[in-house]
Write a protein that binds this ligand. Structure first.
Ligand code: ZN
Length: 208
């Protein structure tokens, strides 16, 4: 597999980098990403690939279940650098279907660090349990709703961080978008419109 990656790099250099050398020379001099991406570490949710983006487009933070933690210096420093220094106006929080982290929130998990981490998303399960009961959702539907509710909860966490809160109090930036990527179809559903703040159900499970 490792050799395959290096061969892939040679292919990238020949087929993408060299033909677009001017673009890559520009971003080599200075990065100027337009979007700050907060996504899941899942191997199937590669932000560049699923959005058809070139290197240089997104400043990226990924962790298990795309969580925004209050005491995480990692995400805080990424937000500070991305927003204050790189002047990024748009943040995308992107969850996905068939997420192992989301299934672990639903089922419970006993591994120490994973359990502690997923605790930060437990509020999404409380909301989802109510929705699932009301709409008599199947397990699969419930996991989909939980993935979406987790995106909405992590956006609330983002909006509560002093850095973002202070900026929002002064104006409307940064815009925060909530997305759900469907690993079964490759399609992204918009859950939270970053321009209007409007939340959509965006879920087949709740449309009927
Ligand atoms: Zn995931």
């Amino acid at each position: 597999m490792i050799n395959k990656l290096l061969k892939g790099n040679a292919k990238f250099v020949a087929g993408e980098f060299k033909p677009n050398e001017k673009y890559y020379r520009t971003i080599a001099a200075r990065q100027s990403p337009k979007v700050l991406w907060i996504g899941c570490s899942d191997s199937r949710v590669s932000e560049d690939v699923i959005t058809g983006s070139r290197p240089g487009t997104m400043f990226v933070h990924r962790n298990v279940a795309n969580i925004v933690a209050f005491n995480d210096v990692n995400i805080s420093s990424i937000l500070e650098y991305g927003i204050v220094h790189l002047k990024i106006d748009d943040i995308v929080v992107c969850g996905h279907t068939r997420c192992g982290g989301i299934a672990a929130i639903e089922d419970g998990v006993h591994e120490n660090y994973i359990a502690d981490w997923l605790c930060i998303a437990s509020g999404a399960k409380v909301i989802t349990d109510e929705i699932a009961q009301k709409h008599k959702l199947s397990r699969e539907q419930k996991l989909e709703v939980l993935a979406a509710e987790n995106v909405k909860l992590q956006i609330k966490h983002l909006q509560s961080l002093a850095l973002i809160k202070n900026m929002h109090e002064k104006g409307s930036l940064p815009r925060i978008h909530g997305w759900l990527y469907r690993v079964e179809t490759g399609v992204i559903d918009v859950l939270v419109n970053g321009r209007t703040g409007k939340m959509t159900k965006g879920l087949k499970a709740l449309e009927s």
